[in-house]
Design a protein around this ligand. Structure first.
Ligand code: WQD
Length: 391
């Protein structure tokens, strides 16, 4: 036909060559889904595409099956050309109802630096919020309704008090209903969310509120927000690792820079938190577990009842680890010492942020399988394979 694909359904992965997007694309292919990636290449490399393809082919060869299809469209998801591309995937049958060949969309493409968002809020609102709105309008034109949105634990803000009473850090196990939740009721935008600490965090918060309102207006959608805690590690071959060349501010990439010699030492931000060893606690989730969470969310969305037309899920391990525990895990994996400076707290940090995991387990049938040690071992293997460490 006129450039139309034969009758197969595809998952559209926007930002599919990024750190989480590439791992999720690989998981989708291993689960037998055809994938169409849209990526503007602003924060990724074409070599990622060939790596995903070869890893997926290896998987299917070992299984004795046929590798699903993977396509790459190099363009910004906000470009008008996306409508033309969708037109090639979504076929309108003349007599029957629209037959959509995009059975689901995962949207990873967003700016994600907390610090940069404070300096350039308009760029963040334009890409992360206006971009989301325009994308949803486009998808509704094509009758595509299964949509997964990258959200973040940052929407929980730094809740310092509940019901006016100061809370101890340990109580900050975040449950989805603690905050933005569209379960059948109009979104309650809690006016002062603790201290939503950045424009970046607000773009995620507003994004979820938009999804919740769209779902309330038209419950035929299945809109899912996945709240990532701290994604780290990489798949075992190391081919999809997070490149330490970039300006790193997150803990694992900064420790990676120390290990490859790009930095002399790690600054530990704050040793006076109300935690086991005084350093801050986070919920570090292996990116492979995170990827599997996306596949589970896509697969279960259709079975959700109408008043779950919008639904948010934490993707975390439910276990917290301190900065010192991360450092000692990485030292064990790398069999070398990581020099640290113990300094003051970083602005905007909270001392404790860990996921409640029951909703994802009960409703997505998903839970994490990989440990902090796995994250450290996979990160170290990636650094070695990237030829950046003196063995
Ligand atoms: C983890 C812990 C730091 C660097 C951020 C974003 C959040 C989300 C995930 C997008 C903290 C400590 C860090 C260093 C340190 N991103 N640390 N020295 O801050 O939990 O979350 O990434 O959604 O929005 O805020 O992650 O890796 O920066 O910090 O001591 O050089 O490590 O204080 O306790 P964070 P992080």
């Amino acid at each position: 036909g006129s450039g139309s694909l034969n009758a197969r359904s595809y998952i559209l992965v926007i930002g599919g060559l990024g750190f989480i997007g590439s791992h999720t694309t690989l998981e989708l292919l291993k689960e037998g889904y055809n994938v169409a990636i849209v990526d503007n290449m602003s924060n990724s490399y074409e070599s990622k595409f060939t790596s995903i393809q070869s890893l997926a082919k290896q998987h299917w060869t070992a299984k004795g099956g046929k590798c699903p299809d993977l396509k790459l469209h190099k363009l910004d998801y906000r470009s008008p050309a996306l409508r033309t591309i969708l037109g090639r995937y979504v076929i309108q049958e003349p007599e029957s109802s629209r037959l959509s060949y995009i059975s689901g969309v995962i949207h990873f493409a967003a700016y994600k630096s907390v610090e940069e968002s404070t300096r350039s809020p308009l760029a963040y609102y334009q890409n992360n919020v206006s971009g989301l709105i325009d994308l949803l309008v486009l998808l509704s034109d094509f009758g595509i309704q299964n949509f997964v949105f990258s959200s973040s634990a940052t929407v929980y803000g730094s809740v310092l008090s509940k019901g006016g009473k100061p809370v101890q850090e340990e109580q900050l196990i975040h449950h989805e209903t603690a905050h933005v939740d569209g379960q059948g009721q109009r979104m309650t935008l809690v006016p002062n969310v603790g201290g939503l600490t950045s424009p970046y965090g607000r773009t995620k918060y507003f994004g979820e509120a938009i999804l919740a309102d769209v779902a309330l207006a038209d419950p035929s959608w299945r809109l899912t927000a996945l709240r990532y805690f701290n994604p780290v590690g990489c798949e075992p071959s190391g081919l999809l690792g997070e490149d330490p060349r970039q300006k790193a501010t997150n803990l694992f990439p900064v420790v990676s820079q120390v290990l490859v010699g790009d930095r002399a030492s790690l600054d530990v931000f704050g040793t006076d938190w109300d935690t086991s060893d005084g350093t801050a606690v986070r919920d570090y989730i292996h990116v492979m577990d995170l990827a599997r969470g996306h596949v589970a969310a896509l697969a279960t969305a259709g079975a959700r009842p109408a008043d779950f037309a919008f639904r948010a899920y934490n993707l975390g391990t439910g276990t917290g680890s301190t900065v010192d525990q991360v450092v000692s895990c990485m030292q064990t994996a790398a069999k070398r010492t990581i020099p640290v400076n113990r300094t003051g707290r970083r602005t905007g940090d909270v001392g404790f942020c860990v996921a409640a995991t029951d909703r994802a387990r009960l409703e997505l049938g998903w839970e994490t399988q990989l440990s902090l040690e796995d994250c450290a071992a996979d990160t170290w293997r990636y650094l070695q394979s990237s030829g950046r460490v003196a063995v």
